[in-house]
Design a protein around this ligand. Sequence first.
Ligand code: S3P
Length: 176
Amino acid sequence: MFELLDRPIVLVGLMGAGKSTVGRRLARRLGLPFVDSDVEIEEASGASTADLFERYGEHDFRDGERRLVARLVNGEVRVIATGGGAFMDPRTRQLLNERAITVWLDAPVDVLAERTTRRDNRPLLKKGNRTEILARLSDERRDGYAEAQIHIRTSGGAHSDVVNAIVEALRERFGG
Ligand code: S3P
C-alpha cells in the first residue's frame, strides 16, 4: 500500500489505549507482520509481565524491555505494539523516533479504565484505584507520548476508526 514505507510502525500509549488490537488490525490492513512487545517478553522469559514485575521489579523489567524493543525495531518492516511504559524510557524514545514511525494512541482515562478491566494482568493497576492510577500515569506520561510523530485521539469508539485514522496519517506522509 505504501511503497515508501521503509520503517516499522510503532504504537505507543497507555494501557487500554488499544495498541495490540489496533496494531493487529493495522498490520492486516497494510499486509505487514505484527508483533507485540509484551508477548515477545513473555515468550522469551517464559513468564507473564506481572510475574516479571513481581520477581525482578519494574526497573529490571524496563531494562529487558528496552533491549527487546531495540531488537524489534531493527528487524523487518512491521507493526509493533509496545507495552505502555516502553516509550517513557528516553533512550527507547529516541531510538524509536529515529528508526520507526511512532504513533501515539491517546484515549481518555475513563475509556482506559473501562478497557483495562477486561484483562486483570497489569501489575501497575493492582496497586490501588484503577482510574486514579491511570489518571496519574496519563499526567506523568503525556509529554513523553507527545514526542511520537503521529498523534491519534481515540475515544471508546470502533477500533476500525482508529485504524482508518492511522492509515490516513500515513498516507499524508508516504502517499499511496
Ligand atoms: C505497562 C504496560 C503494560 C506492560 C506492563 C507495564 C506500563 O503493557 O508492559 O504492565 O508501564 O504502562 P500494555 O500497555 O500493553 O498493557
